[in-house]
Design a protein around this ligand. Structure first.
Ligand SMILES: [Zn+2]
Length: 110
């Protein structure tokens, strides 16, 4: 299954050699880190790489490390990610509390 990861939740682009690895923003797990990747690290940089001049492409293709939650493509993690997104979106503290309670149940079941 093809899974789109979300930067800042289940995937993180880090400076090369970063020692501090953030926990997964969905489940709190420890991400797997792949060091020394070369490429764009944002949507805008990816568009610039694809459509920009050679000079622009050279500036947006940068070395970086990638930290990805090993559970990111699991169905339970996708459900948990949606709960996190909804909890972050709502203006209602009571709805957020309900979503966070549901999130805790999903995470505890795995
Ligand atoms: Zn996770």
């Amino acid at each position: 299954m093809l899974t789109t990861l979300e930067t800042g939740l289940d995937v993180f682009f880090l400076s090369p050699g970063a020692e501090r690895i953030p926990a997964c923003g969905v489940c709190g797990g420890v991400p797997d880190v792949v060091r020394g990747q070369l490429g764009p690290t944002s949507f805008a940089a990816a568009m610039a790489e694809r459509h920009g001049s050679a000079e622009v492409r050279a500036r947006v293709v940068v070395e970086h490390d990638v930290a990805t939650c090993p559970a990111a493509s699991q169905p339970w993690h996708l459900k948990a990610r949606e709960l996190v997104r909804e909890a972050n979106r709502t203006a209602s503290p009571s709805v957020r509390a309900l979503l966070e309670a549901d999130l805790a149940v999903v995470i505890a079941s795995h």
